[in-house]
Every structure is written in C-alpha cells, then in structure tokens.
Design a protein around this ligand. Sequence first.
Ligand code: UT7
Length: 319
Amino acid sequence: MTYSRISGTGSYLPERILTNDELERMVDTSDEWIRTRTGIVERHIAADNEMASDLALNASRSALAAAGIQAAEIDLIILATTTPDVIFPSTACILQDKLGVGGCPAFDVQAVCSGFVYALATADMFVRGGRCRNALVVGAEIYSRILDWSDRSTCVLFGDGAGAVVLTQSDQAGILSTHLHADGSHRETLAVPANIAGGKLRGTPFVMMEGNAVFKFAIQVLEEAVEEALAENDLRASDIDWLIPHQANIRIIQSTAKKLGIPMEKVVVTLDKHGNTSAASIPLALDIAVRDGRIKPGQHVLLEGVGGGFTWGSALIRW
Ligand code: UT7
C-alpha cells in the first residue's frame, strides 16, 4: 500500500512586527479589546517589495532542508493563497521558477483560510495514487495588502506569513484521512468582493466580513469536522495528541477544544504572535510545534480549518 507522509516542514514570517499598541494609534481600538476578543497580540507585515512567492520560497527552502531533499526532487507544487503575486501566472509557477526547478506540475489552490487543508488533501491524492514522489505543499499570504487599514473590525485581525511541508511517498501511513467541505451560499459573509475589468477595479478590494456570523459558523463546522475525522479513523478525541486549528480567534479555538474535550495543552496556538494568516496559519503552527519538539513520531496530529466560501476541512496525520 502506498501512503503519503510529511517528511519536512518549514515556515517564514516577514521581519516587521505590528503590535496592538501601534494599531491603537491607527484606529479606534485597544490592546485590551484585541487581546480579549481575538487573542492576538502582534502580527508580521511583509515589506513593500516582498510577494507571497517570496514568503513561500523561504518557507519551502526550510521544508526541503528538513526533508533532506533538493528542490529538483520535487515533482508537484501546490500553493494555497488568497493573495497571489499577480492574477496569473499562478504563485505556484512563480515559486517553481524561484526554486530553480521546472517541469513538474504547479498550481494554486484558492480556498481562503482552508486553503492549506485543501492543498494537502489534493497532494495526498497525487502521492498515494503514485503520480508523484515528493510534493511541496505551501500556504502563503500577504493579507496586509487586502485590508482597509481604517476599518478596525478587520485590520486588527490578520497578518502575513508562509508555511510549507514536503509530502513524500511511504509504505507507512502518515496522512490517515482528509475531509473537505464547502457551502457557497455563504460566499458574501466573508469576501474581497472585487475584480478588474477593462483595466479598472470593480467592487471593494478589501476583506469584508460579518464577523459574528463567521464566528458562529466556524464553531459549528469545526466541531463537526473533527468528529468526522475521528469517526473515519475509529479514534476518540482523547487519542489526538495535537490539535492544530486555523488561527483566527482564540475564542473559536477554545470553544472547539472544550466541546470536544481536548485540553488546551494539546492545542497548538500561534495566533497571539501571528494573527490570522489565512492559508498560512496551519502550516506555520505545524512547523513551530514540530521544530520545538512538541510533535513526536507516532503521535496523532489533527489539522482543521474554516474560511471564506465558506470552506472547511480536516487532515488527520500519524506523525
Ligand atoms: O479566518 C476565517 C475565519 N474568520 C474568523 O473565524 C473570524 C470570526 N469572527 C471573529 O473572530 C469575531 O467575530 C471578531 C473578532 C471579528 C469580532 O468579535 P465579536 O465579539 O464578534 O465582536 P462584534 O463584531 O460583535 O463587535 C462587538 C463590538 C462592536 O461595538 P458595538 O456595536 O457593540 O458598540 C464593534 O464595533 O466591538 C466593536 N469592535 C471593536 N472595538 C474595538 C469591532 N472591532 C473592534 C476593534 N476595537 N478592533
């Protein structure tokens, strides 16, 4: 039987840190409101000349080094982003060029904050199906460019960053299951409702969110997603060693953990330092918990995310 395993992880955060204190001077908000309502303390912001592909490149190099392989050994690149470098070509193709490799398939996945789980699930099928040996799966975002910095209800929430994994063929199960869902009837609840026509911008090129509606939906579907993953693998919540949720709001994370009876000590939280980095949030948190030694071989790691679309899903991994 052929399976896929994560053989290396990497991440990258831009140098500039934007604190809640600085935001207090930009909009009518407070460090206290942001901390208590979201759990965020600071976030990283990309430099003007940095693009999503640059963040992705740094995270990918680190994942390739951890996997002990050269870029030339990658035979598939899937990159999840909502903030591509340009309309086309895909940021995955730009990343492929920056890595100095050509020939293998490379494409973007657009599933907003669930993007990494979507990309991982897709790569898993390529690897398990025998179509590729080493897949590079990346989440990379520069949300600071699609935020209205005068809108306190959104600008305090997001940050920039990238995370990457190398998924390698194996005869031992690594990715045990993936589940993906979407419900487009909620497409207006969280969106950047803009496009370009005839060289002109049409619509609003900023994140627009009905925060409360997203909050309630997220709590409901994340619990269902975790239960679906556990049921498929005949596991109980107590069998999960690490829950790596999408990092949007500490109250959503705590509520999901509590409903499932998973203690917060088993939940990886990076939200305080990164903010919500959309498709990058899960691989960033994963890389941090792998590198600091929390995640150990043989453990069960559950990734789950929800985002615009709405989209949501999970990946259950034996490390
Ligand atoms: O990544 C994709 C998934 N995204 C999410 O999961 C985000 C989900 N939603 C959330 O995390 C929360 O809904 C928010 C953090 C966005 C908002 O928290 P909330 O508890 O739902 O607050 P709210 O929107 O109901 O607003 C409460 C109050 C309002 O004032 P009034 O009307 O009660 O006077 C807002 O105007 O808080 C006010 N407010 C702020 N106050 C200070 C909103 N933003 C701010 C702010 N600083 N930055």
